[in-house]
Write a protein of this length. Structure first.
Length: 565
């Protein structure tokens, strides 16, 4: 017997036997069953993927929202915010009627085009002249004419029917092959096109979940993300029941903390994610370090290049260097990159690439016992717009290496000019070290949303950030036009100088609502607010609906007698 323990296995047996001495059999069975069930309950309570703290916090928030006074107060505040959203929609679409019923007779071509022009003319931001952050990445009438022509020729095609439209499949394969080589893929590199960055990310997560289940037997999958990773990964987690381990970023560099990533890896980890660059700050995670962890622990590593991928692959040729981040790094097994951003293709195209076809096969969905035949699709969609594939292919053919390198140099030159000038302005600072086109701005002297409000009044549209508060501008090719970058810097400088005179002034307008949301501890309330906002994306004001029952000569008239086509 070990004197430090104080009893031996034999003495423990005697203690248990003594405890149950004189007990009825039913009592022994009851105590045993209760002990086992209690142990299982405690194990289930304590040993879960989400922490006990988070589960307890969310539970008490749910209880709190059921208190009549709290519930009523939340509903009142949501109603106020809904009213502001409604007014915003009405203001944005002022003067143009809503069509809510299909007209009896078809509309003539001229009227349709007038209606389209009226709808596309809504909004007051001049994105063509570079006043908008991101959104549209390249605008050129010659390119638009080409893509319009290509789209019209391929508008009826569908790559689902490869035997009917083999040329569309050929163009998709060529887009993937060109992209894989740009990202230094070997002869085994492969991938698919998707409808955008979110679908590319979702497909990679689906592939790794199914791969981990089939090859490693992982039934409770987890993935490791920097907190700055795109929300599409969280969307994939919700769709595919993958637990997310969010990893903090360094507050100075805004890059993921590699030591925390290493600590988070376990037997259920199916993938590790890094961003090149991340959306909030435009900074780059250490892909080489993440890939090293992936090799050591046999975990796939995904480099999310959705935002800047078609800049980063040309930066070396444009005279700018980056640390290795693509398939040239051993351990990087997949990459997502958007052709409809800096690839300058029309919206609705992206690529997801894999280092090896084995991973890609797990992306596919295959149904073999359907009465309609064997069904297989490479991504979320079944039928897809072949015209989007054709226009993406045509865009890449139009630019070529030379065209992309020229555009990349112009964009990075402009981004670095703006960054240098902003760093000289007293009262604001830049988050981390941007590597491509995104520049994030903060302030320790005044609320940065005030700067966003004032810039908005001058026609600029920037993106808000939270935790901590910030704003960012995503430089596009429109910002490279003469005088645009200089005007932006001058406007920031003038506004900051004015704000510094009264730095304690509060935030007003829409940004005040955004700022308020950060202070709400119960994030489910913020989720409800966001759902209300999405609801109003589908809002049709009743007093602006178009009377369709008796159209006169195909002309649409608003019920209230206002604008008509």
């Amino acid at each position: 017997m070990d004197p430090k323990i104080g009893f031996s296995p034999a003495s423990l047996k005697n203690i248990i036997n003594g405890h149950f001495a004189g007990k009825e059999p039913w009592q022994i069975v009851t105590v045993t069953a209760t002990s086992v069930l209690t142990g299982v309950w405690l194990w289930t309570l304590l040993v879960q993927q989400d922490s006990l703290y988070n589960r307890s916090k969310n539970y008490f928030f749910r209880l709190g929202r059921k208190i009549p006074f709290v519930k009523r107060k939340i509903e009142e505040e949501l109603a106020k915010i809904a009213d502001s959203f409604e007014k915003d929609v009405n203001n944005r679409c002022e003067g143009v009627p809503y069509v809510v019923e299909l007209n009896e007779k078809g509309m003539d071509v001229k009227t349709i085009l007038q209606a389209v022009d009226a709808n596309l003319g809504l909004g007051h931001y001049d994105w063509k002249e570079g006043f908008v952050s991101g959104a549209v990445y390249y605008y050129d009438e010659k390119l638009i004419d080409l893509l319009t022509n290509v789209y019209s020729r391929a508008s009826y095609t569908n790559p689902l029917h490869s035997d009917v439209f083999p040329g569309v499949n050929k163009m998709e394969a060529e887009v993937v092959a060109m992209a894989a080589r740009l990202f230094h893929g070997s002869s085994t590199a492969c991938g698919t096109m998707t409808s955008g960055g979110s679908e590319s990310i979702i497909m990679a997560c689906k592939a790794y979940r199914d791969y981990a289940l089939d090859i490693k037997g992982i039934t409770q999958p987890e993935m490791i993300l920097p907190r700055t990773a795109h929300p599409a990964f969280d969307k994939a987690a919700a769709y595919f029941n993958i637990y997310v381990r969010h990893i903090d970023v360094d507050p100075i560099t805004t890059c993921v903390l590699i030591k925390q990533v290493k600590k988070a890896i376990n037997s259920r980890t199916i993938m590790i994610v890094g961003s090149v660059p991340n959306y909030p700050y435009g900074t780059m995670d250490d892909i080489e370090a993440l890939a090293s962890l992936g090799r050591k622990y046999n975990v796939p590593v995904h480099a999310d290049c959705c935002l800047g991928g078609f800049l980063t692959v040309f930066m070396d040729r444009a005279g700018y260097s980056l640390p290795p981040f693509d398939f040239s790094v051993a351990g990087v097994t997949s990459i997502s990159a958007d052709t409809h951003k800096y690839g300058f293709a029309p919206k609705g195209s992206s690529v997801v690439l894999y280092s090896n076809p084995e991973y890609r096969r797990y992306q596919y969905t295959v149904t073999v016992d359907w009465p309609g035949g064997v069904y297989g699709s490479p991504s979320v969609s079944g039928s897809r717009a072949g015209a989007i594939i054709a226009t993406c292919w045509a865009t890449m053919m139009y630019f070529g290496i030379e065209g992309y390198v020229k555009a990349t140099k112009e964009i990075i030159d402009t981004a670095q000019f703006i960054e240098r000038k902003l760093r000289l302005i007293k009262g604001i600072y830049i988050f981390g070290k941007p590597v491509t086109s995104v520049i994030a701005i903060g302030s320790d002297d005044f609320h940065i949303y005030q700067l966003s409000e004032k810039l908005n009044e001058r026609g600029w549209n920037l993106n808000p950030l939270q935790f901590p508060s910030g704003i960012h501008i995503c430089i596009t090719h429109m910002h490279t036009k003469p005088g645009v970058a200089e005007k932006f810097v001058a406007d920031v400088e003038q506004i900051v100088a004015e704000l510094m005179k009264n730095p304690t002034k509060g935030v007003e307008g829409k940004m005040a609502v955004y700022g308020m949301s950060q202070a709400i501890a119960d994030r489910s309330i913020v989720g409800d607010l966001t759902r209300v906002f999405i609801d109003f994306m589908y809002y049709t004001p009743k007093n602006k609906a178009v009377e369709q029952s008796k159209p006169a000569n195909g002309v649409l008239h608003a019920k209230n007698g206002s604008t008509h086509f």
